[in-house]
Design a protein around this ligand. Sequence first.
Ligand code: ADP
Length: 436
Amino acid sequence: MNYDPSSEIRQITIILVISLTFGLLTGTLAWTLVVSLSGYLIWNLRQLFRLYDWLKQEKLSDPPASHGLWGSTFDHIYQLQQRQLKYRARLKKVIKRFRDSTFALKDGFVMLDDQGNIDWWNPAAEKMLGLRSPIDSNQLITNLIRHPKFKGYFENENHERPLVIPSPLNNDIILEYQITRFGKQDQLIVVRDITELKQLEKVRTDFVANVSHELRTPLTVIDGYLETMSDNREMLAPPWHKPLDQMTEQTRRMSNLINDLLLLSRIESRDNQGRHTPVDMGATIHSIRNDLSSNLEEKQQTLEIILLSNKQLLGPKEQVYSLVSNLASNASKYSEQSAHIVISWLDTTTGAQLRVEDNGIGIPAMDIPRLTERFYRVDRGRAQAIKGTGLGLAIVKHILVNLDGTLEIESKVGIGSTFICNFPSHRLQSTKQKAS
Ligand code: ADP
């Protein structure tokens, strides 16, 4: 109901006119004015008390009946109360839906405040992490999940990758933690049970490793016989020469494939925090250039080394070697005669970088995202002419995962490619003298 101020003014004017007329007629103007204004004041005070009594009530009830300014005020307050009740009901419904959905989720959710204290968690998190209500509420998360890797992960600002560690309740259960920041430095931890996935992955890698291992012995025997036959090829009739060459080539290919598969499963099964041997990048790159020298000479290619960082990379030596070697041999393989290859090792704001650049055949943009997939080769027809297993960059990717590094690929067809490996500072160690 909308209030019209002119009606209130009209009412006061009528009271004043009646009081004045009555006062003038009876000769008691002052008394009449005092009595009528006191009456008006008392009536207003009464309305105020009624409002106070009504608002004091715990339960919402209909507003006191009144008219004019007071009636309108009561109605407006009543409408506000009704609206607020509706909002509250809607909010309750939303909270209930949120609670129901988080209760039904199989993944665990733990909400933390900006200090890392636990604010809230869902039943799945309770089951996976053994959180107890209300004792663990407001506790520091690192006091409850005491794994050293969790502490490191939690304190690290970069949570791009999830952390995989055993459950604090049972070592056989493998959990994946992912931290996301929201609001004002609040954090949400999502916990997933990936035990089954890890088991399946292990079955797969074990299977590939076992098959590769079993194939290696017969293949070595075949290779040995083929080599003997090749050494004595004059004893064979000429029609057998071509099949012998083809058999030798295919056996070598199969052998390379098996070696790459075995290397890949070795890299995959290794704990990435395990070994922290400082690797001299300058020496590694020089040694790879020596290993590739015959290929480089054959294609009259040049390989330039630029060492601008004195940092050593912390990781398993053979994996670092394999990483650089795969990238360098690809640069040579996928470049024409007389190409120029540059391998650089330099500092960055976040750590260090290995760059392998070539001015070779390049890679079409649409193939770049898939290069690190196993057996992916750009344009099979083109790749067929160049020997390879299609596993080199998959090996590179897995080594980088073990070394906490990332891979960037920049390439233009016909101009060349650059493979950039970025390493974080915790994977680096300074050497006393600068590398040259
Ligand atoms: P492959 O054994 O075939 O070399 P990789 O996994 O090492 O397997 O590489 C996958 C594909 O990526 C290759 O088949 C090739 O087409 C492409 N590639 C890799 N490195 C380069 C490069 N430096 N220049 C152009 N193409 C490249």
